[in-house]
Write a protein that binds this ligand. Structure first.
Ligand code: PGA
Length: 262
């Protein structure tokens, strides 16, 4: 792995844990990482709780000076106004949220978010000083029809249509067939697509931007396979769903460098 990119481990809680459960969970996680003497400057760890938990988690992180990062799972493409149920990037920023997921396959599929919506949400995140974590990935049918990289690369290109080339982003490659299935991609598959995504970034934003942008793998990541992904040169971390809801598992994933053979 290129040392200039600090690995990032992101825990996407999805629609799990209410604000009271979130407080208890983050306290336990902070203790667990502290016990393990985790160095946050060598591996960044970020949690993505549901929107109703963000204020509670932010207050806790602030009060206890915890080094965990805070992310949101979604944002509106609009800044304010008559958009019932939507959450502005400005409100997230006011809660010290640093990252926001955009284009997760569950939103693309269950909420019909196409490339145009994803691009406008990436632009909204950028406007408000949030770093969009842009999720891209192919379905099993896409893989069969187009091969491994075509769909994720096309999604990434489309998602960047409305932001300047130097906008800070994180890319998360999540094959749809690997999410929540227990069937992760192989490290070689992840490397192949992450390298193709980085090459696309070279073309879009130049070699320097591409060299400093983190490209994560996501889809059935757990403590037993994380190290194999992070050994690949173009995989800079992981977006973790199910396993991020277990303190011991998530701690072990964040602590992947302590695993044997890394
Ligand atoms: P999973 O989910 O780790 O449960 O497969 C990943 C994600 O959806 O971000």
């Amino acid at each position: 792995m290129v040392t200039t990119r600090t690995p990032l481990i992101a825990g996407n809680w999805k629609m799990n844990l209410d604000h009271l459960q979130a407080i208890a969970f983050v306290q336990k996680l902070a203790w667990s990482l502290k016990d393990a003497k985790h160095d946050f400057s060598s591996v960044e760890a970020v949690v993505f709780p549901p929107a109703t938990d963000l204020r509670s988690v932010q207050t806790l992180l602030d009060a206890d000076k915890l080094e965990l990062g805070l992310g949101a799972q979604d944002l509106s493409s609009h800044d304010s106004g008559a958009y019932t149920g939507e959450i502005s990037g400005a409100f997230l920023r006011a809660l010290d949220v640093q990252y926001v997921l955009v284009g997760h396959s569950e939103r693309r599929t269950l909420h019909s978010e196409g490339d145009d919506v994803v691009a406008s949400k990436v632009a909204a995140a950028h406007r408000h000083g949030l770093v969009p974590m842009i999720c891209v990935g192919e379905t099993a049918a896409d893989l069969e029809e187009h091969g491994p990289s075509a769909v994720p690369v096309a999604q990434l290109r489309a998602s960047l249509a409305e932001v300047p080339a130097d906008a800070e982003i994180v890319v998360a490659y999540e094959p749809v067939w690997a999410i929540g299935s227990g069937q992760a991609a192989t490290p070689e598959q992840a490397q192949q697509v992450c390298a193709a995504l980085r090459q696309a970034l070279v073309e879009i934003a130049g070699p320097e931007r591409a060299a400093t942008t983190r490209v994560l793998y996501g889809g059935s990541v757990k403590s037993s396979n994380i190290a194999s992904f992070l050994r690949e040169p173009d995989v800079d971390g992981a977006l973790v769903g199910g396993a991020s809801l277990d303190v011991a598992e998530f701690t072990s994933i964040v602590r992947f460098r302590s695993h044997v053979g890394v």
